[in-house]
Design a protein around this ligand. Structure first.
Ligand SMILES: Cc1cc2nc3c(=O)[nH]c(=O)nc-3n(C[C@H](O)[C@H](O)[C@H](O)COP(=O)(O)OP(=O)(O)OC[C@H]3O[C@@H](n4cnc5c(N)ncnc54)[C@H](O)[C@@H]3O)c2cc1C
Ligand code: SF4
Ligand code: SF4
Length: 637
């Protein structure tokens, strides 16, 4: 047994605005009923990383598999939900990391994304573990427009069910923006090729260099369903004086695609990148490799408002890119037809009536040879006739149902960036999973809103009197830092990968930082003798036995007040002796198991929670399974 005392107040003060945790109405919402832990979403929410992941990847289990050297299993577990573990292990936007419980303990989340890459890099061949593709097809044909991550996920989910899937792709290769926009120094072509090919090898009929130019024509081909995964392919313009008087102003996503296709291999020495999102980061770092020496990224606001991920900013600055805050472009300056700079207003932001307003301090000239515009992307559907029944709103965006991904025309679905504008790969994947469920329902005559249920397995982690099937010691190790290629080496060629991956030592240290949030505390109220042993031993004071009351009041009467309202408190049924209740603040629990080790009656147990995520055509157990592990059924419905 351990006696690590963690400073709880420290953990609480670490909660900052960057701790983004999705919320849903708590199961108790003021009513005096015990917490319903048979609802899979209760324990799911406790696993902060899995809850925040759009595809609900089982992070703690894949980290434990890595810890055991079971890389292939870890990869396969990842693949089930996020489909592209090698790609995402390098490029994911990582919404899981700001949510990670470890960040609330020592300020630094587990390096979840980088560990995913470890599994991808060290796995064996997985082909024998992929789902079998039926030789006998089910008679349904589905057309997918575009071969980006959204469409590829739809294909991945439908092929094992016997569908004939045809993908129309305007380029020569699959991958979408992952291929033509994400630079190869972040995502090597081999990784992309391998993971896209796994899906195409399921027997997908992919037609390259075949842009769909008419939805009406596609619909007349008699497909049972159509999925639009054509992305948000249009970069935003910046119509300022001088914009069209030079050939040295480029639109970021077009420019990156031209670099990918080899149409562009140089840029001016002095480059201004307008915008400070992730596209801007790829533009500035690519410029650095194509001859740019003095590269400035121009931001209208100050750093806390930047859209770029902190790690991308860090990488760009490491490569000598300068970030210029609080500047607003005014005009392109040309001399004798040659671009020589941009005039900008230098701004100061002041708060007025709760709103930020800008004041111009001065107008400055920033010299440059080239400008890249990276101020956003837009959707564009010139190929969808407006009389096909596929409805569009006032902003020319398709009308798409948030739950079913259905358009206003039966049998036509949207997903990925095409549905609601630019997002990221992991959202495109999740859209693909949900759209595949809808396409399957549509083709099988099941109502679209009849979604397959989530399920769960909950199995005791006890393997001895005081031992558990997981490593429950708190590791004080700091977050491991990824080693990068030497600056001189990485600028020698566009395709030199910058991040080198974790070493074995780093992997060992990082996996131990995970708190195993899926090993859940499970309480059986009628076994409790109210001895307070668990309350006393808990290192973060998250347990209290107290008289029952409304939740807002109860939260203030705990051993330490439960201040984070985005996290639930667990409330037991009335305890046998005094009718008080056991209350647990889920926010700060370390999943250390000390309460269960100390409890003399085994009222507390540590149980491994396994969320059963439904996919197209897969049945799931309806009821909660109290014990014994059941493999995920993968048979077609
Ligand atoms: C510069 C840049 C960097 C990015 N970096 C990251 C990152 O690091 N991590 C991250 O998670 N996300 C990143 N993203 C976002 C991510 O790439 C996208 O959100 C994701 O690729 C969207 O997937 P999708 O399948 O919806 O569409 P896309 O990936 O855009 O794929 C759409 C496909 O449809 C094809 N197509 C379009 N129209 C037609 C047509 N009419 N007929 C046939 N084919 C058509 C296109 O050629 C393309 O292959 C980045 C985006 C950009 C621009
Ligand atoms: S500590 Fe581990 S299980 Fe908990 S949120 Fe972070 S990565 Fe997920
Ligand atoms: S597992 Fe039990 S003892 Fe450990 S932090 Fe959570 S409630 Fe406290």
């Amino acid at each position: 047994m351990r006696s690590n005392r963690i400073n709880r107040s420290n953990a609480l003060t670490r909660l900052g605005p960057e701790t983004i945790i999705q919320t849903q109405p708590g199961p108790r919402s003021g009513r005096r009923v015990p917490t319903d832990v048979s609802n899979p979403q209760y324990y799911h929410k406790v696993v902060d990383c899995q809850w925040a992941c759009p595809a609900h990847t089982n992070v703690p289990e894949y980290i434990r598999l890595i810890a055991q050297g079971r890389y292939t299993e870890s990869y396969l577990l990842n693949r089930e939900s996020n489909v592209f573990p090698g790609i995402l292990g390098r490029t994911c936007d990582r919404p899981c990391e700001p949510a990670c419980r470890r960040g609330r303990v020592d300020g630094k989340p587990v390096a979840i994304c980088r560990l995913k890459r470890v599994a991808a890099d060290l796995r064996d061949d997985i082909h024998e573990f992929l789902p079998a593709i039926p030789a006998q097809k089910n008679g349904k044909r589905v057309a997918l427009v575009g071969a980006g991550p959204a469409s590829l996920t739809v294909a991945n989910d439908l092929m094992p069910l016997g569908y004939e899937v045809v993908i129309y792709e305007k380029h020569q290769r699959a991958g979408g923006l992952m291929r033509v926009n994400i630079p190869s120094f972040r995502l090597p072509a081999e990784v992309l090729d391998e993971e896209t090919q796994i899906i195409l090898d399921m027997g997908v009929d992919i037609r390259y260099e075949t842009p769909v130019t008419s939805m009406a024509a596609l619909l007349s081909d008699g497909y049972d369903a159509v999925f639009v995964g054509s992305g948000a392919p249009k970069g935003k313009e910046l119509e300022l004086p001088g914009r069209h008087e030079t050939d040295q102003v480029f639109i970021g996503i077009e420019w990156l695609a031209n670099v990918h296709f080899g149409h562009v291999d140089r840029i001016g020495e002095r480059v201004l990148i307008i915008g400070v999102g992730n596209t801007a980061m790829d533009c500035c770092r690519t410029s650095r490799r194509l001859g740019g020496k003095d590269i400035k990224v121009i931001a209208r606001r100050s750093r806390p408002y930047f859209k770029a991920s902190p790690w991308e900013l860090e990488d760009a600055e490491e490569e000598g890119v300068q970030i210029v805050e609080n500047h607003s472009p005014k005009r392109f300056v040309l001399e004798k037809g040659k671009l020589v700079g941009m005039e900008m207003d230098r701004l100061r932001w002041v708060e007025q009536n709760g709103k930020q307003k800008s004041e111009i301090l001065e107008t400055v000239l920033l010299p440059c040879d080239s400008v890249i515009l990276a101020i956003g992307q837009e959707n564009s559907f010139p190929w969808i006739e407006r009389d096909t029944g596929v409805g569009f709103d006032d902003e020319n965006m398709p009308i798409v149902d948030k739950k079913t991904f259905a358009s206003t025309r039966a049998g036509v679905f949207f997903g990925g960036d095409a549905a609601w504008g630019p997002e990221n790969i992991i959202w495109a994947v999740e859209h693909g999973h949900q759209a595949a469920i809808s396409i399957h329902n549509h083709c099988m005559g099941i109502p679209l809103d009849e979604r397959p249920a989530y399920g769960m397995n909950l199995v005791s982690a006890k393997v001895g009197m005081h031992s558990w099937s997981y490593s429950n010691d708190y590791s004080p190790a700091p977050r491991m830092k990824m080693t990068h290629a030497e600056l001189t080496k990485r600028f020698s060629k566009l395709s030199v990968e910058v991040e080198l991956g974790f070493t074995l030592e780093q992997t060992v240290a990082e996996v131990e930082r995970c708190l195993n949030c899926d090993i859940e505390t499970h309480f059986t109220s009628n076994l409790c003798i109210e001895c307070d042993a668990c309350v006393d031993v808990c290192p973060v004071s998250c347990l209290t036995i107290a008289p029952d009351g409304p939740e807002p009041d109860l939260r203030t009467r705990l051993s330490a007040p439960a201040l984070n309202l985005t996290q639930d408190v667990y409330v037991s049924a009335a305890l046998p002796q005094t009718k008080r209740v056991m209350v647990k603040d889920e926010d700060v629990c370390l999943h250390c198991g000390l309460c269960a080790e100390r409890c003399p009656t085994a009222a507390w147990d540590m149980r491994q929670f396994d969320l059963l995520v439904p996919y197209a055509g897969r049945r799931l157990p309806i009821a909660t399974l109290p014990s014994g592990h059941v493999d995920r059924p993968v048979s077609a419905a």
